[in-house]
Each structure stands twice: as C-alpha cells, then as structure tokens.
Design a protein. Sequence first.
Length: 452
Amino acid sequence: MSGKVWVVAGREYRVSVRSKSFVVAILLMPVFMFGGVGVQLLMEDRVDTDTKQVAVVDRSGKLFDMLTASAEQYNTQEVYRSRITRDGAGDGKKAEGEDSRKQVRSKIALQQVSPKDDRESQRLELSDRVRSKELFAIIEVGADILNPDGGPDPGIMYYSNSPTYEDIQRWLRRVVSDRVREVRLAQAGIDQKLVERAMTPPWIESLGLVTRGEGGKVEAAKQVNQLQTFMVPFGLVMLMWVSMMMATQPLLHGAIEEKMQRISEVLLGSVRPFDLMLGKLIGYVGMALTLIGVYSIGIYFVARHFDALDIVPVAMLGWFVVYLSLAILMFGSVFLAIGACCNDLREAQNLMMPVMMVMVLPMMALGTVLRFPSSQFSTVLSLIPFATPMVMMVRQSVPPGVPMWQPIAGVAGTLLTTLLCVWAAGRVFRVGLLMQGKPPKLTDLAKWAIRG
C-alpha cells in the first residue's frame, strides 16, 4: 500500500474529527435513542385536564349508580399522580393532601339522561350536544346488559367526536366488565372470590438453558434479562446506522465538491485515483471508530453509575468494530464512486436510491430477526454480505447467540464483497472523476467497473 494512501487518510481523518458535524454526531445518538423518552416526560405536563361531561342513557336502570360511584373513585384515585415535595416546604397538612398530587388526566362527570322510546331522535339530540361542546361523549347502556343469555339489547354503545381519546373507553370497559361479571356470578349462585382465586394466573419466569460447566458440574439456568435481549441489539443497530451515515455521506458530498471545484484534477497530479479513494475510505473508517470509542466510554460510565455493567455487550465490541469497518468500506466505496461521476447532489440522489434501499433493507427486517434469530430466514439474511454487518450482529447479541462458523462465514463473505466493491469502485472513480457533462446511468457505471 502506497504511503500516499496514509497521507490522504490522515488528512481526511483530521478534517472529519475537527468538523462541527462530528461534534453534532457525538450528541446525536443519545438524542436519537433517548429523545423520545425525554419528549414524553416533558409533554406529561401538557395534558388535557378539563372535566369530561358524559351523558348516560341507562336503559337497564341498574348500572348508572354503579357507574357514578366508579367515576368518583376514578376521579380521586386515577387522575392524580403523587408529586415529590421538598422537605419542610409549605404546610405539612397540605403535603399530605391535594397539593401533594398533580392532575394528569381528565375527570369524568356523568349526567343521567332518561331513556326515550324514539332512540334515534334521542341519539341525534345528544350528538348535537356533543358537537356544541356541551357534552364530550354519550354512553348508552342496553336493557339486557346483565342478562347472561343475551337479548335484543345486550351491549353498551359509546358515542364521541374524539375517537382517539381512549381514557373513558378503558375505564368504562373495565368497570362494566367487573360489574356484569359480578351480577352474573351472583345470579348463578357462584362465589366471586372463589372464581377470582381460580383465575389467578401462575407465575412464569423466563430462563435460559441449563448448562454443564467445568468438571461436569450442572449449572442452573440464568434468568433472561429482557432489557438486554431487546434493547442491546436495537442500540447496536442504531449506533452502527448513525456511524455508517456519518462516514458515508461526507464521502459522497466531498467527492462531488472536489469535482465541481476542480480540486480532484490537482490531486490526481500527485496521487493515483485508487490511492486517493482508499485513503478517503480509511480516514472515515478511523473517524467512525473514534465516534464509537467516545460512545463506548460514555456507555461504560453510565452503566457503571446505574450498576448495569452486566448488560453492556463487551464481548460484541470486537465484532462490532469489524462489521462497522467492513460496512463503511463496502458502502463508502460505492458512495465515492457515485459522487465522482456526478456534477451535483441532485444527479447523485438518482443513483443513490438503489444503494440506500440495500442499506435500509436489514433495518426493515430487524423486528423479524429479533423475534426469530435462529430461523432460516434470519440465518440466510445474515449471510448475505450487504446485510451481514447489521443482521449477524443482532443475531449474535441475542441469547444464546449463533454457532461460531456463521459469523466467520459472514465476515469472510462480506470481506470478499468489500474487496470487490472497492476494486470496482476504484475503476469507476478513476473514470468518473475527470468526466464532465451528461450524468451517467447505472449501466454506464457497470461498464466502467468491468472495463475500467
């Protein structure tokens, strides 16, 4: 390998790690992964706490009192959340009372409406009251709601102009189900407490497999950590995706910029096209690994602070570095080749669509791979070179892992594909760097890769 390759790589590395985008990238991953949780916490205080006026048409004549009592219990116990107060702040009595709680849901106020024979007219009248904001919703209880054998009018109808608001529906479904079950059991002469004890679900613990340790001693199965099972693979994939995009996108933009400003023509007077391309790739691989190093240090200290070092996949770090390096070399070479052939970003976007689809496909299959990491589909997909970095890493990070021959075969296939991509991209890069005028087609790129 020519010494000029390392000169180009060093220069690209220094420029990339000193750029503002690198600093933004360091902050981007925590924001991307935990920003949703933070936004939800911030938005908790911005909820609708207006009392919801609900009309109840009880045609059975037996549920309104129960619904009223349940609504009062809901308004006092479920719409408030305990608030942490400072020691000694305010009156001690208030700290135990209403001032120590925060309202996080809307209260329910029920209005009894006498049933009318003309149901449709009554429903229209109440619906108009909902439209005028006088009411929020309408509950119509069927006359045969408590009849275990059903009847012509056995259910409950809920009318509202806000179908996405589900708090009232959840409350109604719960209290009515409990009350109807209680009445029906009493009518059948069955003790409700006996039924509740019989319906108590058994305790189920998720465990791995029993193993045989050193000296032939049988070792008990370990409890499965659900956080480690799902969050660790997801976090690794997100970290790899952000690192890949941070490394490959600047390669594309840099190649276009150097071509538009005729900088590449000056560079080619001092270094061969292939050495220039390879140096750029190595430099941005170094940048991505630096980014991973910063994230790894941060994750370590956060995990140690929360006493969660056992969920940090230290054993996966080496594999992660290998997969990430191969992915950047493989896709980065294609990005560089496309950038060298285009005169502006708009032309490049047309050629980038197939490449981006190949990069996104493993992400689209992530849910299936997480659920069935040992299935034939997941195994085959993880051995396809363009999907190996992400999919194989996910399969390895989900207990109990994969046979050792699979990641070795996956790395070998990806390495060969990467070498082929770099070789072909180098031929395209050499031709496209000095080409001006009409943008090439995918068939033109294929011809240049084959013929040089």
